[in-house]
Design a protein around this ligand. Structure first.
Ligand SMILES: NC(=O)c1ccc[n+]([C@@H]2O[C@H](COP(=O)([O-])OP(=O)(O)OC[C@H]3O[C@@H](n4cnc5c(N)ncnc54)[C@H](OP(=O)(O)O)[C@@H]3O)[C@@H](O)[C@H]2O)c1
Length: 235
């Protein structure tokens, strides 16, 4: 896909992997709609994206688990940009490692609502606009935890296996349309994901989120008849 002037929505663009994807795609002269909760961090990323070459960058602060507010934001994006070409569902949170019987109700709801339910609702809100384009793409950021069983990750894994199931069915549902769908299943990446919920993980030798952003750009830049459906990344 030729990325110049394409309108790209990225959820979780204020930090970590989403921020790096925004910065990397800016170099391809895309137009960005950046979503996350933290307005001031989004603004900093957005300013940097413009410096990097983005032709436009607008920010849409919202908690994506608030479905009615998310719907308002989707209407605003479609009114600002008129259409959408690429959706990158990246926003997510970690669940502190614990055996299942020690995970409380609030954590279960928050992790499933953010990582799985909100991703499905974001996709629902933009699917018609994506279907209207000659070519379009949806990339869902799942995790290695969406394909591999790891102890202490029951709820996080449930959310990421859920993203994988949703992505795979979306792929077959949309197979005769203009929308290409891919899932990314990466291992540990050097971001603040773990620290944010008080988990002490040494991330220094994890994948650099900038390298992951390069992979996303590579996936999107392939010619029409090449598409990487299922990308597993790790050492
Ligand atoms: N880091 C890893 O090792 C790793 C490995 C495999 C998969 N992943 C997945 O990669 C994705 C990105 O993670 P990351 O490592 O880049 O984490 P991160 O640095 O913590 O970034 C997460 C992003 O999601 C946003 N976000 C979280 N909850 C949100 C909500 N309710 N509404 C809107 N935005 C929300 C955050 O922004 P605000 O706080 O501003 O809302 C932030 O921009 C996640 O889906 C994660 O599960 C990460």
């Amino acid at each position: 896909m030729k990325l110049k002037e394409k309108i790209v929505i990225i959820t979780g663009a204020s930090d970590g992997i989403g921020k790096e994807i925004a910065l990397r795609l800016s170099k391809e002269n895309v137009k960005l709609a950046l979503i996350s909760r933290n307005e001031s961090k989004l603004k900093l990323v957005s300013d940097e994206c413009i410096k990097n070459g983005a032709l436009d960058s607008k920010i849409y602060p919202v908690d994506i688990t608030n479905t009615s507010k998310l719907a308002e934001v989707s209407e605003k994006i479609l009114s600002d940009y008129k259409h959408v070409d690429i959706l990158i569902n990246n926003a997510g949170i970690w669940q502190k490692l614990k055996p299942f019987y020690e995970i409380d109700e609030e954590v279960i709801d928050k992790v499933i609502d953010t990582n799985l339910k909100a991703l499905i609702h974001v996709t629902r809100l933009f699917i018609n606009s994506l279907l209207d384009r000659d070519e379009a793409a949806i990339i869902n950021i799942s995790s290695k935890s969406g394909v591999t069983v790891q102890p202490g990750q029951s709820v996080y894994s449930a959310s990421k296996y859920g993203v994988r199931g949703f992505t795979d069915v979306l792929k077959v549902d949309l197979k005769d349309t203009n929308i290409k769908v891919a899932g990314i299943y990466q291992g540990g990446t050097n971001t603040k994901l773990f620290e944010k919920v008080g988990e002490n993980v040494i991330t220094d030798d994890f994948t650099d989120p900038k390298d992951l952003a390069d992979v996303v750009a590579y996936m999107l830049k392939q010619p029409k008849n090449i598409w990487l459906h299922d990308v597993r990344i790790g050492r």
